[in-house]
Design a protein around this ligand. Structure first.
Ligand code: CA
Length: 228
């Protein structure tokens, strides 16, 4: 799950980022309205958490701009207590929900998940390729009907590959997307993480090694096996 947070208050951004990360979500943060609109327009996000009072461009204007451009990404507005008018205007302009400050990050996460359930429905929130099933809301993975106990990072990695079966991703692409920041490209964290996933899947014993859905592509990276 990939969430964009547009919020200029560092303190709020800090605890929101920590809370989402703890739940295993990917969170990108912009601290002003100009960058926020740019990222929201050009990136692919499951949801956007948007503050109203922002330097550069306010949240209502960003919301208006995105909806006008046909961008339907679910949006939750963060509002101050005295911004009732903005809140109502936001909902009228196509915001999906709002949350008044101060709030608990647990509530924000619950709202985002509720929104994703409502907006996308079961079909998009469950990825199913061959015998592997990922539920992006409950973050449960099952392989041949058995639960695979994945960490947040492992889940995000396999989800990333699984969304484009057959496509080869380089270690750098995987690092950037799943770890979210620039690592030394010589690091082997991707390989180590993939080994752990394979080990967990083969421990279930439902399939032999050769059938692992994650294929190594020598000298390039990894891909999720495409099924006929
Ligand atoms: Ca603000």
């Amino acid at each position: 799950m990939n969430v964009l947070l547009v919020e200029d208050e560092q303190k709020i951004a800090g605890f929101v980022a920590a809370g989402f990360k703890e739940q295993g979500f990917l969170l990108e943060h912009c601290d002003n309205g100009i960058d926020g609109f740019d990222r929201a327009s050009n990136g692919v996000f499951d949801a956007i958490v948007l503050d109203i009072m922002l330097p550069g461009r306010d949240g209502i204007s960003i919301l208006k701009g995105l909806r006008k451009a046909g961008n339907a990404t679910p949006i939750i507005l963060l509002t101050a207590r005295n911004e009732l008018d903005d809140r109502l205007e936001g909902l009228a302009l196509g915001a999906d929900d709002y949350l008044a400050k101060p709030f608990f990050v647990e509530e924000l996460i619950a709202r985002v998940l509720a929104l994703l359930r409502r907006v996308s429905g079961e079909r998009q929130n469950v990825l199913l390729v061959g015998d592997l099933r990922l539920d992006r809301i409950s973050r449960e993975a099952t392989w041949c009907g058995h639960t695979v106990d994945l960490t947040g990072r492992e889940f995000n990695l396999i989800e990333y590959l699984m969304r484009s079966p057959g496509r080869v991703f380089t270690r750098t692409q995987i690092l950037e997307h799943v770890w979210g920041y620039d690592f030394d490209p010589s690091t082997n964290v991707v390989d180590v993480c993939i080994q752990r996933i394979r080990k967990k899947m083969s421990a279930i014993g439902a399939s032999d090694e050769g059938e692992s859905p994650i294929e190594s592509v020598r000298g390039v990276g990894y891909r999720f096996r495409k099924l006929a």
